[in-house]
Design a protein around this ligand. Structure first.
Ligand SMILES: [Zn+2]
Ligand SMILES: [Zn+2]
Length: 296
């Protein structure tokens, strides 16, 4: 079982020993961008070191890479292969060196795809590097249909009504939480990306996801990338976040950067959204342990 600790260190944001560095704007103090990619996934650009430089410029004192996880066997063309994992860990180590010079703590994470049947592989993955955190993600509705891939959109829409798509997605989301392998879940209401949203009250879908995270004692993220997708809003929506805050689901704010200039993008707006939703703290992760910092 993963050892987790939840502690609250008021006022630690500026003086967190590892995060201390040259004086920056500090405007994004409590925020840490933990969802950033590398070119190993074939659809992100830029050397990880450039992501660190951008973080420093934006006043972030902590970031983490979480590129798309390898599968046990070749699977698709948008992730690293299994034998590239050591290279990924090396790339992050190099970025961490740069971060030391710039006063930016660099964490090692992974965005791990969940599909039924992958449980043993995910458990194995969790032992293959000294991870600071693992992000759970549901992109696949079936072994071959990706809910957020533009090239799969027509097939997804042909197969599922919005209600069926959402039901399938949240069922997988809850199953991913139940593996007990993740520290927080990525982009919770991802199926809205292209505007496919069921009619009526969405609370039951949100509840299913939030209850599953609560049972698993894991967190989630505000993912600002949604603002730049067809739906034009962050993941998740404010109604989801309000329920999540009431349920005390830990939160991070992430850019899902696939290019250096996207690091920390829209973080002030995301922080405002978190506050409006009732959040007063944000999570930090190190070696699979969580602590909370005040949102301000
Ligand atoms: Zn990606
Ligand atoms: Zn993702």
């Amino acid at each position: 079982m993963i050892k987790r600790a939840t502690r609250f260190f008021p006022g630690l944001c500026q003086n967190h020993a590892e995060g201390r560095g040259p004086s920056k704007t500090m405007s994004l103090n409590a925020l840490a961008d933990y969802h950033m990619h590398t070119p190993l996934c074939h659809h992100a650009t830029g050397n990880p070191v450039a992501y660190v430089d951008q973080a420093a410029q934006r006043g972030l004192t902590e970031i983490g890479f979480a590129c798309h996880s390898p599968m046990p066997d070749p699977f698709d063309d948008w992730r690293m292969e299994r034998d590239e994992l050591p290279r990924y860990v090396d790339m992050v180590a190099t970025a961490r060196e740069r971060g030391r010079q710039e006063g930016v703590v660099v964490r090692l994470g992974l965005e791990v795809d969940y599909l039924p049947g992958l449980e043993d592989w995910i458990a194995e993955l969790s032992t293959l590097a000294p991870w600071d955190y693992l992000i759970g993600s549901v992109h696949y509705l079936t072994d071959s249909l990706v809910v957020d891939h533009p090239e799969h959109l027509s097939q997804v829409q042909a197969r599922y009504s919005p209600e069926e798509m959402w039901a399938r997605y949240w069922e997988l989301f809850a199953a991913a939480c139940a593996t007990g392998q993740f520290d927080f879940m990525a982009h919770p209401d991802l199926p809205k990306k292209f505007g496919d949203v069921p009619e009526g009250d969405l609370t039951p879908y949100y509840r299913q996801g939030i209850d599953a995270m609560k049972s698993a004692k894991i967190g989630t993220e505000i993912n600002t990338a949604g603002l730049h997708k067809p739906i034009g809003e962050m993941y998740p929506t404010e109604a989801f976040l309000t329920l999540a805050a009431k349920a005390a689901i830990p939160l991070v704010i992430s850019s899902d950067a696939h290019a250096p200039e996207e690091v920390g993008r829209d973080f002030e707006a995301a922080r405002a959204l978190a506050k409006r939703s009732g959040y007063t703290s944000l999570a930090r992760y190190a070696r699979r342990e969580r602590r909370l910092l005040p949102l301000d």
